[in-house]
Ligand binder design. Structure first.
Ligand code: GAP
Length: 481
């Protein structure tokens, strides 16, 4: 065996996650919030590369969910909504996690996330330097010290509370939304009637959501402020099952089309005891993170639960009128009813983490290359910078001027191009590989003679000569491929 220790899964997890966190900081993707004051745990800031990546993820979602469909429209609702919304939706009474304190080490944790044990088994833990044994009264123990000596479970509401106006009172209380979904339900008829929509149709929304998470974990995987991309698809009740399958497949394929490795994705149907009480079916689209399979997106059949709750609480009719259906009670033409809702609910910031993990690659040195490299194999559509334009030497004003002209051509065509003249060309390529830039154009002496440049491909480092006149079109075609 020797004394080489086999790496545990935890080491591996820490390895890849640490590399991603370090890369994000080093290259300006993601910073800890308020870092100079010691950092605010559970909130993150997106730097120059991160903001581009996040926007690209969200724009790709919007393109596939709204722009490229006849049956889905967009909405951008306010983050603060009337408290009545959250009362009716059940969030005020039920949107909580079971919170427990460890009486030994004082750790505070979520009961449903704690390590499992069998009730009645004897567990061993340390207390004031001594080893103690005690029977477990519940099916979990403290995640920090392993003790079964725990407080009662308390329901901890996840919503952030604040107030509107100068005087704090019960009437002024508002909550930051914990999901974007409810605005789609309360605006259902506004959107349907003003846009003259017929079932089935969807309303899509992206934006910030806030949850006072007890356990924030795995970098941006679970944070208190995050972004969601949700769509509520309203359909006839007996079509719910069909549309649930349809949207599960659509959403799964979206990740694959954007380069996520298929073997790292799965759509897991919820077990009956996992289902939310209002849901008639649900899939979790899961990704194989360094710590194991975990949720990326949920696709649920929410039935008519939300519309029914808001109709009841507001006293306003939220039914859809179908003039072509016959009312079974009266036999008359025309039927009012509440549609069912299929909801694909994705995390934008969680998707950013997933795409970074999936794209990260390290290549060792080889015969042809002395140094290894880190490369982010992001899909060109997601890449923060699409193309870097690099004059081979910065001392030649002719080359730098030409390179700047080329960059401007890309900007005119709405392509995010980046000009870089600092350091040797190899180091500049390495910087772009790490940033995930799929194409580099190098302007050199030959450019002055025949108006051609070298295009270098990130993934296989292949290089070829192309005409400057066709450079923009070449890159546009490759991004669209
Ligand atoms: N409207 C349904 C809903 O919000 P959810 O499963 O609670 O369902 C949907 O959230 C998605 O939002 C999750 O699959 C995840 O990607 C993302 N998400 C939820 N909580 C999050 C958090 N604390 N931090 C980051 N992303 C989160």
């Amino acid at each position: 065996m020797g004394n080489k220790k086999k790496k545990s899964r935890i080491d591996e997890e820490h390895g890849l996650m640490q590399k991603i966190v370090a890369l994000c900081k080093r290259r300006g993707f993601i910073f800890q919030s308020s870092e100079i004051y010691g950092g605010l745990k559970s909130a993150y800031d997106y730097g120059p590369l991160g903001v581009e990546l996040k926007r690209n993820v969200m724009n790709e979602w919007w393109r596939s969910m709204v722009h490229e469909r006849e049956d889905v429209v967009g909405l951008d609702a306010s983050i603060m909504m009337s408290s009545e919304v959250w009362k009716a939706s059940g969030h005020l009474s039920g949107f909580s996690d079971p919170l427990v304190d460890c009486k030994i080490c004082k750790a505070r944790f979520r009961a449903d996330k704690a390590p499992k044990v069998e009730v009645g088994t004897e567990v061993t833990f340390r207390q004031q330097g001594k080893t103690v044994k005690q029977k477990a009264e519940r099916d979990y123990v403290c995640p920090e010290c392993g003790s079964p000596v725990l407080s009662e479970e308390r329901a901890f509401n996840l919503m952030f509370k604040t107030s509107i106006g100068p005087v704090e009172s019960d009437d002024s209380v508002v909550y930051l939304r914990p999901e974007t979904a409810q605005a789609m339900f309360v605006n259902f008829l506004n959107v349907q009637q003003t846009y003259r929509l017929r079932l089935p149709f969807g309303i899509a929304q992206q934006g910030k959501s806030f949850r006072n998470e007890i356990t924030v974990e795995h970098f941006i995987f679970r944070s208190c402020e995050f972004e969601q991309m949700e769509m509520e698809f309203f359909c006839e009740p007996d079509q719910g099952e069909k549309w649930l399958e349809y949207w599960k497949n659509e959403r799964f394929n979206w990740y694959v089309e954007l380069g996520c490795k298929k073997e790292n994705l799965r759509a897991r149907p919820h077990e009956p005891d996992e289902l939310a009480h209002y849901a008639a079916g649900c899939y979790d689209i899961e990704y194989q993170y360094p710590w194991g399979w975990d949720e990326l997106e949920g696709v649920a059949n929410r039935t008519d639960y939300d519309l029914a709750k808001h109709q009841e609480a507001s006293g306003k009719k939220l039914t859809y009128f179908d003039p072509l259906k016959t009312n079974p009670q009266t036999g008359k033409q025309g039927l009012h009813y509440l549609p069912y809702v299929i909801e694909p609910a994705a995390g934008a910031t969680r998707s950013v983490l997933m795409f970074l993990l999936d794209a990260y690659d390290e290549e060792p040195p080889s015969e042809s290359r002395k140094e290894g490299r880190v490369v982010l194999r992001l899909h060109p559509r997601l890449a923060p910078i699409k193309v870097a334009v690099l004059p081979l030497v910065k001392k030649d004003a002719g080359l730098t001027e030409k390179a700047r002209q080329i960059v401007k051509q890309f900007w005119k065509n709405s392509i995010n191009a980046f000009y870089d003249e600092k350091d040797a060309i190899g180091r500049r390529y390495a910087r772009q590989d790490e940033a995930g830039t799929p194409f580099c154009l190098t302007v050199d002496g030959q450019t002055k003679e025949d108006d051609t440049v070298t295009i270098r491909y990130r993934d296989d480092m292949r290089q070829e000569r192309i005409d400057v006149a066709t450079a923009v079109q070449t890159v546009v075609d490759k991004i669209r491929e």
